[in-house]
Design a protein around this ligand. Structure first.
Ligand code: SF4
Length: 704
């Protein structure tokens, strides 16, 4: 069957943001291929991206029309959109009248398009009168946001993917891009193959596909990153590998850092980290000799009770060596979700304001409120992801509206999340399919249009804004998320939501950025469609976009200097292991699954790589417990139990076990839901959960 027309769009999975051509034949069958002209992936796609056509066409599990129940004891019933909006508006109004604006909240997703993120923030912060709008991006990159702000003055990723091919030294910490950012990894792998001088250091308690190409793998004890980075910094000081001119002219804080790092000997650092002191020195020597150095990180650093300290300590290595604002150099936080960056741009978190403005600054709040024509914006940061569910649990939050995310599987301490949703007075779930375990808690279920069923924009990890067109109609009565939000706002009688299409929302967002660090006032919707993707800032209409930031060495801090921060916590503050709970559970992703499997779980091809959840465990730890390869084991702690098959190897450090985060309940049983076990600790500043460190015991499952 002949192809009709190829639509250029962007992959809906990870923050790499690959370009995809969507083809539809005359039978309306969809196929996808990598866009050869898109600068990110140049035609390549990973296993998840190349199977997106199956997800796009599979409608058997889709939510097709709004459903509602009148009370918790009543069954869900089909209702019209008008009835759904009327109910939502009347419940939100009555709860706000009775308990105040802070008794309601929105919990959204890094998979929302920028326009959707913009609208839900405008609605919540400007018109509902609360900053209780947070996102599942809190779970993956909020520590990096704070790290960038503390070090560079604003949440600005300094580099581009094209810097990968210009660098000669990489330090990859707490990340497995081979599985989680596969196309970036392929670029890195190819670069190393073509340039044998390229050095790669990987820091991870597990051997991974990423560490397989490393010149040096530092298999550290979980939670010891700050000690490691400080020890590397010490070596750089000792070997006179500091860029003194850059540091003197463009930074503050070096003396305090120097004083701190000299307090710990290499021997002590090596002992704490569980690596050889000679390897710490080797890593420092690679960095010290680099002509162009990139450090890359993601969840391994961010998802920690000291995530901000880990971030600033790692960024310090770029700053003291002067590797920022020049080709092939810079601290590069990889974002997990396709539009976590877009969410950051529109202030899509409880402590942020649109267009990188400052929620704590009165002038900024007034500017945004005036622009929106809204009531004054509260200076009080709202509830963050885990705080929102704590507040539902303790009754302070009465109603929650959940968009495009599945907190019952993805948030830590899953049993608490279930209890919180059961206690909530009113739960709205807006999603595409019944596959999400969260939908069963809904009092109002709203069908949303999915990828290629709606238009909008996204921003990838390198600040690249791209347009995603609508290609096919959504099934049933599903509506684009943006339309659902503006129709709800209209039902609430809020002025300023009289949109007819998402391009109007986009242009409004652009106008608000004028004069800010992320000015995209030169990138109209029309220009974006006609000329393709751009990296922000794009401050005027002939501006070509900005692949690399800080080339002028002017940072966004009040003194315009980069800040070398002395970390507050050097040692980890996670829960302690004990005789009863001696193992450290760390959770993460596998290659072919995405988040809670609501999409990838439907694609047979993606279930062949790792078909079911497996606990990865060191052979020595298994022998001590009489556990053999393939046994079913019970992982336990005070929060819950998970039964799962075990996979033994020497790839994971002794004393550490790894469980993928993707699986929820399987046929009603807690077979592999990792978040039954994860803890409630969060970084005190970024409020990101401590997913990488929970104390557990593992034993062989005894059949009853
Ligand atoms: Fe999609 Fe990420 Fe794979 Fe690219 S690397 S195809 S964006 S999942």
């Amino acid at each position: 069957m002949s192809k009709l027309k190829a639509h250029k769009t962007i992959c809906s999975y990870c923050g790499v943001g690959c370009g995809i051509l969507v083809n539809q034949d005359s039978n309306k069958k969809i196929s996808v291929e990598g866009d050869p002209d898109y600068p990110v992936n140049k035609g390549m796609l990973c296993s998840k991206g190349m199977n997106l056509n199956y997800v796009a066409q599979e409608t058997s599990d889709r939510i097709l029309y709004p459903e509602m129940r009148w009370s918790k004891n009543h069954p869900m019933q089909r209702v019209s959109w008008d009835d759904a909006f009327t109910r939502a508006a009347s419940v939100f109004k009555s709860i706000i009248d009775k308990h105040g604006s802070d008794s309601v909240g929105f919990y959204v997703s890094g998979q929302c398009l920028t326009e959707e993120y913009y609208l839900v923030n405008k609605l919540t912060k400007g018109f509902l009168g609360t900053n209780n709008i947070d996102t599942n991006s809190r779970l993956c990159m909020s520590s990096a946001v704070v790290g960038y702000k503390k070090s560079l003055g604003d949440d600005m990723v300094p580099i581009s993917y094209e810097d990968i091919e210009l660098a000669d030294t990489f330090f990859i910490a707490g990340a497995n891009p081979a599985w989680c950012h596969p196309i970036l990894f392929r670029r890195l792998e190819k670069h190393k193959q073509e340039n044998p001088n390229v050095k790669i250091v990987v820091v991870d308690p597990r051997k991974t596909q990423t560490s397989s190409i490393a010149d040096l793998h530092l298999q550290i004890n979980p939670g010891t990153d700050v000690v490691l980075y400080n020890a590397i910094a010490r070596r750089l000081f000792e070997k006179n590998r500091i860029d003194k001119q850059f540091v003197q002219k463009n930074t503050i804080g070096i003396e305090e850092l120097k004083e701190l790092v000299y307090k710990t000997s290499y021997r002590d650092a090596a002992k704490i980290c569980g690596v050889d002191a000679s390897d710490i020195k080797k890593a420092a020597n690679y960095i010290g000799r680099a002509n162009a150095f990139i450090n890359m990180w993601t969840m391994g650093l961010n998802q920690s009770v000291i995530g901000v300290d880990k971030n600033v300590s790692l960024i310090n290595l770029s700053l003291i060596t002067g590797h920022i604002g020049k080709p092939g150099s810079g601290p590069f936080s990889l974002t997990g979700q396709p539009n976590a960056m877009g969410g950051r741009e529109v202030g899509g978190m409880a402590n942020l304001l649109a267009a990188h403005k400052n929620l704590l600054n009165e002038q900024d709040r007034n500017e945004v409120a005036n622009f929106w024509g809204s009531k004054p914006i509260s200076p009080k940061p709202g509830l963050t992801a885990t705080e929102m569910f704590d507040a539902l649990d303790n009754g302070k939050l009465k109603a929650i509206w959940i968009i495009c995310t599945n907190p019952v599987v993805s948030l830590p301490d899953a049993k608490k999340v279930e209890r919180a949703l059961e206690k909530a007075n009113f739960v709205v779930v807006q999603d595409i399919s019944h596959n999400s375990e969260t939908t069963k808690y809904a009092d109002l279920l709203l069908p949303a249009a999915g990828w290629i069923e709606k238009e909008g924009t996204m921003t990838n990890s390198e600040r690249r804004i791209s347009y995603l067109p609508k290609v096919i109609d959504a099934p049933g009565e599903a509506l684009p998320d943006a339309e659902i939000l503006w129709k709800f706002a209209q039902k609430m009688n809020f002025q300023g939501f009289e949109y007819e299409n998402t391009s109007e929302v986009y242009d409004e967002h652009c106008a608000l950025t004028k004069g800010t660090n992320m000015d995209i006032s030169g990138l109209s919707h029309k220009r974006l469609i006609e000329e393709g993707s751009f990296q922000w800032p794009v401050p005027h209409e002939t501006h070509p976009g900005t692949p690399r930031l800080f080339e002028d060495k002017i940072f966004q801090t009040s003194d315009q200097k980069a800040h070398i921060n002395t970390p507050v916590n050097i040692l980890n503050k996670s829960e302690k292991t004990s005789k009863e709970l001696p193992l450290i559970l760390t959770t993460g992703r596998i290659r072919d699954q995405w988040h809670t499997r609501t999409k990838t779980g439907k694609v047979n091809r993606l279930t062949t790589h790792i078909p079911s959840p497996l606990l990865e465990m060191n052979v020595i730890d298994a022998m001590e417990r009489n556990i053999k390869e393939g046994d079913i084991v019970e992982i336990k702690n005070k929060r819950g139990t998970v039964k799962v098959k075990v996979k033994l190897n020497f790839d994971i450090k002794e004393g550490v076990v790894f469980l993928p985060m993707h699986w929820g309940k399987i046929r009603g049983n807690d077979f592999g839901r990792a978040n039954n076990l994860t803890n409630n600790l969060i970084d005190p500043v970024s409020k990101e959960p401590d997913y990488k460190y929970s104390a557990v015991q593992v034993s062989k499952h005894k059949k009853e």
